[in-house]
Write a protein that binds this ligand. Structure first.
Ligand SMILES: Cc1cc2nc3c(=O)[nH]c(=O)nc-3n(C[C@H](O)[C@H](O)[C@H](O)COP(=O)(O)OP(=O)(O)OC[C@H]3O[C@@H](n4cnc5c(N)ncnc54)[C@H](O)[C@@H]3O)c2cc1C
Length: 336
């Protein structure tokens, strides 16, 4: 395969924001994604005839830079304002309002990624395995089927431990300072239950409950969110509970979640299907202080994503954009 200017590994929001910026600048971008769909932790999945968000549930906007994108996404109908706060259960039936908009994707959170991916060629189902510097200006990536890809610059957007595994598999040693900075980054896991309920569920307005100090910290009704024709309830265990229950048998975790959910079910409502998703790297707990990390002493290699500068959807998006700008500078140096 020919050499590209940029290889982007991962088509989550960071990778897609970067790809769009670089493509618009006229550069040759190759995006590979191990999943069969784009979005990464913007994950909207079917159960029966319904749809549910299993990863990110909503997002907030803190920076004017991201607000500009959101204004466009609102105008295009890609996102909507879902809420200005959540009940913690003490106000059952009511919504706690703190004035900050929480946005969600009209077609689920993955709908945002699908929209961003329009016009970007993403090679789906390509899992990168190793990354090796074959000269001072060239990377060789190898996928799990042993196909090789050559690129002048590489942008790594998977959760950092997964990105580091690619370098280890490719026998690439990082500068000790970079390795130390990346080793600092850590993530909280999340166990996510999905339940198909036949009947009514009494969650507070607008159909979600957020209880940071509770074992099951988030419950949300995807039908009331407006993304599912059927009642599908997403349940997230808190980081502490997810760690505690990580090795517990799937059915036992689902039973615990189901017991919690039972108090919100209307008389006669039943659960007809349940499934568990395990997110080992759900939310960064320790983030890198800059929007990306450019490695020293290698061909241009950048780490980006939600572990850089600011966590969550907004942090990941801005990290991807900042990394793309730096890649343009690095490519300028290579040709200059
Ligand atoms: C359960 C859960 C709840 C959350 N709740 C919220 C919330 O309410 N609000 C909020 O703002 N954020 C929330 N988040 C966090 C938010 O989803 C992330 O911050 C954001 O989506 C991260 O985007 P990213 O592009 O950095 O990474 P990712 O979305 O993880 O994208 C990385 C991509 O790389 C791909 N990849 C990995 N390894 C390889 C490989 N070897 N080869 C090819 N591709 C590879 C992955 O498949 C993935 O698509 C939540 C996350 C989870 C899991």
């Amino acid at each position: 395969m020919g050499t590209t200017d940029i290889l982007i590994i991962g088509a989550g929001i960071a990778g897609l924001m970067a790809a769009r910026r670089l493509q618009r600048a006229g550069l040759a971008v190759r995006v590979v994604e191990k999943g069969v769909v784009v979005g990464g932790r913007l994950a909207t999945r079917p159960m029966g005839a319904g749809l549910a968000d299993l990863g990110a549930q909503f997002f907030t906007v803190r920076s004017p830079q991201f607000q500009q994108f959101i204004d466009q996404w609102l105008a295009e109908g890609v996102v909507f304002e879902w809420s200005r706060g959540w009940s913690d259960g003490s106000l059952l039936g009511e919504q706690a309002v703190d004035g900050f908009p929480r946005y969600a994707g009209r077609a689920g959170m993955a709908g945002i990624a699908n929209w961003l991916a329009q016009g970007v060629e993403v090679e789906l189902g390509v899992e990168m395995w190793g990354l090796t510097a074959v000269s001072p200006t060239l990377w060789q990536a190898t996928d799990s089927h042993n196909h090789t890809y050559h690129s002048r610059t590489v942008l790594l957007t998977p959760p950092v431990p997964q990105s580091l595994a690619l370098l280890a598999n490719g026998d690439t040693l990082l500068h000790a300072d970079d390795q130390a900075a990346l080793d600092q980054i850590s993530y909280a896991p999340c166990l996510c239950g999905l339940f198909w309920v036949e009947g009514d569920v009494h969650l507070p307005e607008p159909g979600a409950l957020q209880r940071p100090n509770h074992r099951f910290s988030w419950l949300a009704d995807n039908q009331r969110k407006g993304i599912s024709p059927t009642t599908l309830i997403t349940v997230h265990a808190s980081p502490a509970a997810s760690r505690e229950l990580w090795q517990t048998a799937v059915n036992d975790v689902l039973t615990l979640m189901q017991t919690e959910l039972a108090q919100f079910l209307a008389a006669g409502a039943t659960i007809s299907q349940a499934q568990l998703t395990k997110w080992p790297y759900a939310l960064p707990e320790t983030v890198h202080p800059a929007p990306f990390l450019l490695t020293q002493g290698t061909p241009p290699l950048l780490f980006a994503g939600d572990a850089f500068n600011g966590p969550r959807v907004e942090g990941a998006a801005l990290s991807g954009l900042a990394a793309a700008t730096q890649i343009q500078i690095e490519l300028g140096k290579l040709v200059g």
